[in-house]
Design a binder for this molecule. Sequence first.
Ligand code: SF4
Length: 429
Amino acid sequence: MIITDVLCPFCGDLCDDIIVEVEGNKIIEVKEACETGVSKMMGHERIASPMIREDGKLRKTTYEEAIDKTAEILTNSLRPLMYGWGSTTCEADEKGIELAEELGAIIDNTTSVCHAPSILALQNVGLPSCTLGQIKNRADLIIYWGSNQAEAHPRHMSKYTSFPKGFFTQEGRKGKHVMVFDVRKTTTAEVADDFVQILPGEDYRVLSALRAILAGAVDVVPSSVGGVPKEKLVEIVNRMKNSKFGVLFFGMGLTQSKGKPYNVANAISLVRDLNAHTKFAVMPMRGHYNVTGITQVCTWLTGFAFAVDFARGRPWYNPGETSTVDVLNRGECDSALIVASDPAAHFPRKSVEHLAKIPLIQIDPYPNLTTELADVVLPAAIAGIEVEGTAYRMDGVPLRLRKLIEPTHLSDEEILSRILGKVREIRGD
Ligand code: SF4
């Protein structure tokens, strides 16, 4: 059976034009996706069955026993932490937030370690943005700042920005100018028209210089800012002002370098200032396919996008205090539930050392380094392949993930729902 218009549940681009061939409840071919998407959709090593650690070793068990054990751990915790959520459906995210509220837990998502500065910035200065469809159809100036999407989002340029022909961009690549700002010449920079190399940690100053020139204060700008000659900065501002529709995408090169939220606020302010001259938009390059979704769901339900602490019986948010790495580094939480994420592979050593000391529960389709530390492992069905659900593309457009084959495991949503039921049963709610 050939299934068309399938969404790829891997990166924040959520490509929606994938063609999948299914035979005997198995995906045998994937077309149109990038290499990463094909590998994700064709499937790789899975966690075969629920497991519980005993005498230092994981032994196979049933969902029932693993869920009972999970509920017991979480109910007996004084300070449970629930982290991950960017690679599952909004429906599972919603159930996770309900569980966190029931437990008085901290619930945090992967935004905490990537685009948290973007959230802080946009809470202060807003986000003049648009959809990827508008960019495809209108943008003639495309800027990537601190983002190597040729590797992180392989189809971004071919599907939405540099290459496609849109309604008002009939010439395709020929009619578009692509600029990359980065500290090194990335793969993306190699296919750009203009590469602007910035000295590490100087993004804020370069953005301020661009804003000063745009405001007409050319005289106050020194001959070189952040390694970029003044003449080049003037040329860039003229190009921005003279574009018909510009867009500035930014990645972790901006959010995680010196200045963090102030960099992002400055980039957003530059775009806001440019709108006095032409149409300009700004967009964070979000990584995991539904990390935008968890921030949406978390904001609807709690008022905050990440790092939400329910210990007071109501949502409390204070990044730096309630964000996962800080909680772990202080050795504060006494259990952790990790959903669709691998903190053991990506967190600082001190955080991982604390994770290794406390009861750790993992819900994930795939084994990873966190599995090696987990005391309870609950394998999940793959959203967008074995179960349907909602996910938000990086531009905030909600899309429906489809079920392509029958699942061999419970969905994240079902597992979380059963844990919640068991927790309520233990507490006599
Ligand atoms: S660019 Fe991202 S969403 Fe698109 S096919 Fe590749 S991995 Fe999947």
